[in-house]
Ligand binder design. Structure first.
Ligand code: APR
Ligand code: ZN
Length: 261
């Protein structure tokens, strides 16, 4: 553990004396579970244009769109929560964490046992029909035939019958918020409320570049909350953070949780 133990002690002390603690997570929370993030060197958006995560891409370039989400869905069902997810779930059980707001769509916080989780960008665990709105386990969208990934690499991949709704034959879409879409109303409202009442606001694994999610740490700061940022790269709020740790999320959260009685 590179960062010095005193800083971790300070954070643990502030954490356990805070009346309300909120944690805000991004893709960097799940990279140690094996899921890629978006904007670091090996991030998804470094490999594919952000324009893929749009409804326009679903209609105009369905092969690209469906492969991208099929690839992410398959990964999602193969990974496990990491020590960071576990640490946050145990802090919630011991009453030291009131709410997690996540930009992630992987459901790993809930699988680690966290109950109070607001998913700002939806979930990749389900897909739904554009026509009749029926919702299905996202594995419904995975191609039936073997070797679809190799086919994509070989340039012969074509999306198939898996994309059509079993009940009305409409097009299925992942239940994630695509660029240009509104955030789900109640998770957003809950998160704004939680940012306004937190005494300690902890950002984990987010570049804080995507709005409106990145307004939440700012509204926590505006009402006097202390800000902790655990992120391996710089963020626009580093200068306003009481503590900025650039170490790995999972080991840092596990170390802080171990210091909180
Ligand atoms: N520990 C700490 N930080 C990490 C780790 C780790 N193990 N792994 C990655 N990071 C950092 C990266 O350095 C990066 O700064 O996490 C940050 C992740 O930032 P992004 O990739 O931009 O992810 P995020 O902030 O969640 O993106 C927000 O953008 O594309 C949309 O909808 C998508 O929800 C996503 C949103
Ligand atoms: Zn349908």
């Amino acid at each position: 553990m590179k960062q010095n133990i005193d800083v971790l002690q300070e954070i643990a002390l502030a954490w356990q004396s805070a009346k309300a603690v909120a944690v805000f997570t991004g893709a960097g929370m799940s990279t140690e579970s094996g899921l890629p993030d978006f904007r670091s060197r090996q991030g998804l958006w470094k490999q594919r244009p952000e324009s893929l995560a749009t409804l326009a891409a679903l209609h105009n370039t369905p092969d690209e769109f469906y492969f991208f989400y099929q690839w992410r869905i398959r990964q999602l069902w193969q990974v496990e929560p990491n020590a960071g997810h576990q640490a946050l779930a145990s802090l919630e059980r011991s009453g030291h964490l009131q709410h997690i707001v996540t930009q992630n769509v992987d459901g790993l916080h809930q699988r680690a046992g966290s109950q109070q989780v607001s998913e700002l960008h939806g979930s990749l665990k389900t897909v739904s029909c554009l026509d009749c709105r029926a919702s299905y386990d996202s594995r419904q969208l995975l191609p039936r035939q073997e070797g679809w990934e190799a086919a994509y690499q070989a340039g012969t991949y074509r999306y198939g019958a898996e994309y059509s709704c079993p009940s009305c034959k409409g097009k299925l879409r992942p239940d994630v918020v695509l660029f240009g879409e509104h955030l789900p109303e109640s998770p957003w409202r809950q998160s704004v409320q939680m940012a306004r009442s937190a005494e300690l606001f902890v950002v984990v694994g987010s570049s804080l570049l995507v709005s409106p999610a990145n307004q939440l740490p700012q509204s926590a700061l505006a009402q006097g909350a202390k800000l902790v940022i655990i992120n391996q790269e710089p963020t626009p709020l580093d200068a306003q953070a009481t503590w900025k740790l650039d170490n790995k999320a999972a080991e840092t959260l596990a170390a802080v949780a171990a210091l909180i009685s």
